[in-house]
Design a protein around this ligand. Structure first.
Ligand SMILES: Nc1nc2c(ncn2[C@@H]2O[C@H](COP(=O)(O)OP(=O)(O)OP(=O)(O)O)[C@@H](O)[C@H]2O)c(=O)[nH]1
Ligand SMILES: [Mg+2]
Length: 395
């Protein structure tokens, strides 16, 4: 199947002008959009950890290289080692490796919170029990940087029943926020159905970590609706969370001019799926007033909650001191002890509520500040109307 990148007439040293590509503008727009969505260190956003999972040789490392290259404007770069096997030889990715913007791919703009991508060694389709245990540890952030996956398997094989306990004792490294499952479009390679089901089941257990699907090697194989349907069905996702793509690789550009340039045609579909992955439950922060409110309401709430919590802690302390005073002076009655105990409990509950309030507010405003402002306004107006008509209501 023909995947035309540079024209056949071009000589070996002519690098196509990327800015003339019809996809160039779209590429720049998508990078801008992703930038706005992830926010900067000044926002209250967290860096997202995106795990890239799939069986051996399906193109995970190539996909990570393509994603990180799609953020670039100069040329392709190899970040994760790519193998020449097609799933038949042993896996090339031997280690758990993360690629963060800060340390690997966007060092020059470290204030932008671009996500961290994690390359996971090719899991086997058959080993369901290990996959389940491994994914649990992975989602909990218990796999260590540069850890050899064969060692994790050894720990599991030594004592499967103790694996979970052993992993839980480890400190947290990178907790997973999103998953991209990669598979090949090659119809000769069977879909890893058991692994896909296992990923689906485990993500459901982990408060529904969102899953996205990527099918590689679009350059070599025709779109196969049945295979795509099967892939999505086993993952329990729809076509909205899926992309058929081509990675930067010698097959896609035999003259390997990508060592000297980027191909917006390759970048755009990849940036589109990354944009979608990042946007899941967080829309881009707008530059208008609603964006301003989205940024500042959580900060205001946090500023309000912290002093309130300190005041409540002092209040609780005061409660304990007066209780102690009552008991010591012999003036204690069951009534005032009960009153103080109730006050202390109410304050503890209030303090816990104030502790989670900033993150609740952050989530709410992310879902659309306008809608929530309208709800609050309605409540205020109804209360005001109720207050004005209180006499009528009473009679
Ligand atoms: N034609 C074509 N080949 C691809 C594509 N993506 C990856 N490949 C090739 O597939 C082979 C395996 O790619 P990798 O990226 O190493 O796959 P992986 O999933 O990381 O493999 P392991 O780390 O061994 O599990 C390499 O030879 C790549 O060049 C693609 O979109 N098109
Ligand atoms: Mg790899």
């Amino acid at each position: 199947m023909e995947y035309d990148l540079s024209s056949a007439e071009e000589s070996d040293d002519v690098v196509p002008d990327k800015t003339k590509d019809t996809n160039w503008k779209r590429k720049l727009e998508l990078i801008k959009d992703i930038r706005e969505t992830v926010g900067t260190v000044k926002s209250s956003n967290q860096v997202l950890n995106i795990a890239v999972i799939g069986t051996k040789g399906c193109g995970k490392s190539s996909f990570i290289n393509t994603v990180l290259t799609s953020f670039r404007k100069d040329k392709w770069q190899m970040y994760s080692t790519v193998g020449m096997n097609s799933g038949t030889m042993s896996s090339i990715t031997q280690h758990f490796r993360s690629f963060s913007a800060k340390k690997d791919y966007y060092k020059e703009e470290h204030e932008v919170l671009f996500p961290t991508f994690i390359d996971i060694n090719g899991l086997e389709d058959e080993n369901v029990d290990f996959n389940r245990a491994f994914l649990r540890a992975l989602f909990n952030g218990k796999i260590e940087e540069e850890e050899e996956l064969t060692k994790v398997l050894d720990i599991y094989d030594n004592n499967p029943d103790n694996f979970k306990k052993k992993m839980l004792k480890r400190s947290e490294h990178l907790k997973i926020d999103r998953i991209i499952v990669v598979t090949t479009a090659d119809p000769e390679v069977p879909l890893p159905v058991e692994l896909l089901k296992c990923i689906r089941e485990m993500t459901n257990d982990f408060k529904g970590i969102p899953i996205f699907g990527v099918m590689t090697k679009k350059d070599q194989f025709e779109r196969n609706e049945k295979r795509i349907k099967n892939f999505l069905g086993n993952l329990g996702i729809t076509e909205d969370s899926f992309k058929l793509i081509v990675n930067y690789c010698p097959d896609a550009d035999q003259k390997m001019k990508y060592h000297r340039t980027v191909y917006p045609k390759i970048d755009v579909p990849v940036l589109e799926i990354v944009d979608q992955v990042i946007r899941y439950d967080r829309g881009p922060l707008q530059a208008d007033w609603s964006g301003f409110l989205e940024r500042n309401i959580p900060i205001l709430i946090t500023l309000f909650c912290y002093p309130m919590q300190i005041a409540i802690c002092l209040f609780i302390l005061l409660g304990f001191l007066s209780m102690y005073g009552y008991i010591k002076s012999g003036y204690s009655t069951s009534g005032n002890i009960l009153f103080i105990t109730v006050c202390v409990i109410i304050n503890i509950v209030l303090s816990l509520f104030l502790f989670v309030l900033p993150s609740i507010v952050k989530k709410i405003v992310r879902k659309g500040v306008n809608k929530w402002l309208l709800v609050i306004l309605m409540v205020i107006l109804l209360s005001f109307a109720g207050y004005l008509c209180r006499d009528v209501i009473r009679h």
